[in-house]
Design a protein around this ligand. Sequence first.
Ligand code: CO
Ligand code: CO
Ligand code: CO
Length: 346
Amino acid sequence: MKIDLLQMVEYGGCSAKIPPKQLEEILKYLPVPIDPDILVGIDTHDDAGVYRVNNELALVFTTDFFPPVCSDPYEFGQIAAANSISDIYAMGGDPVIALNILMFPASKLPITAFAEILRGGFDKASEAGVRIIGGHTIDDSPPKYGLAVLGYVHPEKIITNAAAKPGDNLILTKRIGTGIILAGQRLGMADESDIAEVKRLMKQLNNAGAAIMKKNNVKGATDITGFGLGGHALKMATASKVSIGINMKSVPLIGKTYSLIDEGCIPGASFTNLEYAGRDIDFSDGLDYNLKMIAFDAQTSGGLLMCASPDKTDKMLEELKAAGLPDAAVIGEVRKSGEKHLYLYS
Ligand code: CO
Ligand code: CO
Ligand code: CO
């Protein structure tokens, strides 16, 4: 029997996140622990929490898991693991160990699918140098998979979404459009080549981009996942108390992302992301509908959005391209705090 995990889900990957508005409601009730060793907590909505052990070592801790984004269990395992580990890279950390988090309908799927998801996760974790040392499984449908990942970082070398400085350029390392292409796949409208490219990008670790951030002393960054490019840029602007401008025309897109919107391929997550962020965004007059929706397309295992000082921007772009990230591009800039936190233009 050929297993097709996509048959089991309405939406997969980071599109399955709770809408940001609801999440904000829930977080209101979450008590905030007070401890001077919490170097990054939940207040800045960063990619991961950071806890100081001593003056030389802090722990970066994160978890992500979601329903399938592709048909093949092995590929799903790889993508989910790459996505989970990404938050450690986005904080400047070195991922070290992880736990499997797996929800699996044992009565609906053969046990080989279970094994293949875990094998995909294991292989991707190994590629990142991460040892999976345990985990937990619940009988549940549809399947969901991800990791809780622990990494190391020097307390003075943490990269946060709260350190964007006016004058910095913003570099994005992966193309945008995973949510739209995957919606197109579901509707039978996406090209095979675009689907293959989306899967390749989702499996790609953010380790190369992270190494270049560290080498160039980058302080501000995040990764682009379920809230979309606009949503994560807005979180960065808010946490950093600055404004961010993004030139949507300079954002590299995957294959037919732009034209698929004309055909109605807009995942529901784009609307909830836009609805939430919209009140704090200035959309320039020239910005067309497609680019506006693309800005809020939920990405699964997306690229890094990093701040680069003007004198280092060209060098970093060259290094990223040489490191196997040919799509890396400057897509915007950090500005002094203005009327809105995010300015989208074209
Ligand atoms: Co993140
Ligand atoms: Co996350
Ligand atoms: Co971060």
